[in-house]
Design a protein around this ligand. Structure first.
Ligand SMILES: [Zn+2]
Length: 141
């Protein structure tokens, strides 16, 4: 099988609900029951207050483009998406930020602006792995 993007491996036990959620097209976020904050990436202790009292909440799937970079070359050979593509730091409505790709828009810095509203799309790689990518909110894929 020829995959377009490298697989994130291994899936750690604390990240399992995250990957299970993506497979069902849900963006799940670890959420601290002590301080009430959501965070990424999944880990055993809350990065804000270090509590181990973690549950999971479903994110809205909306956010904004925090920063981006147009990649004209692919440095990771496992990554087969044709350049140029958009590397994006997305800030979720719930607060956490994630590194991803912005899709559904030309990789043209004149068309992409920071703070633009984005929404999640799900890209299935394998039976186990679905990745969250982002597209301009309201636009076509
Ligand atoms: Zn906390």
């Amino acid at each position: 099988m020829d995959l377009e993007r490298p697989l994130p491996h291994p899936i750690t036990p604390e990240a399992r609900p995250y990957w299970d959620g993506l497979r069902e097209h849900k963006l799940m976020l670890p959420h601290c029951r002590q301080c009430g904050k959501s965070f990424l990436y999944p880990r055993v202790l809350c990065p804000f207050c270090h509590a181990a009292d973690i549950d999971w909440v479903q994110a809205s799937g909306r956010g904004r483009l925090y920063s981006f970079e147009i990649a004209h070359q692919t440095f990771n050979k496992a990554f087969k998406v044709k350049p140029p593509y958009v590397l994006a730091m997305i800030e979720l409505e719930e607060g956490p930020r994630m590194m991803s790709n912005l899709v559904g828009i030309e990789a043209d810095p004149k068309r992409i602006r920071c703070d633009m509203p984005v929404e999640v799309v799900y890209e299935k790689l394998t039976y186990e792995i679905t990745l969250p990518l982002w597209k301009p909110a309201g636009g076509a894929r």
